[in-house]
Design a protein. Structure first.
Length: 83
């Protein structure tokens, strides 16, 4: 919320709803958001915030995969290391 003024947020919501934007199409839109929708300074903040959202989603997927791998590893509790 703090990245973009309320009026620009409302305009973005209208664009997203009217264009039925999803994750990948919104990513494309954020890269070229028109200045009449969002001022360039705020658009840069929006791009950075969206990049963080995408990174969080990716990290969550990796964490889920690691959890699933650990759960499927069986009863192995550790590994012996000889030095």
């Amino acid at each position: 919320e703090s990245h973009v003024p309320e009026k620009a947020r409302e305009d973005l919501v209208v664009v997203v709803e009217e264009s039925c934007l999803n994750g990948s199409t919104f990513t494309d839109y954020v890269q070229k958001v028109p200045p009449e929708i969002c001022a360039p300074k705020n658009a840069m903040k929006l791009k950075a915030a969206w990049k963080n959202v995408l990174a969080e989603v990716e990290c969550a997927a990796v964490a889920r995969q690691n959890f699933d791998n650990a759960a499927n590893a069986g009863a192995q509790k550790g590994a012996r290391v000889d030095c």
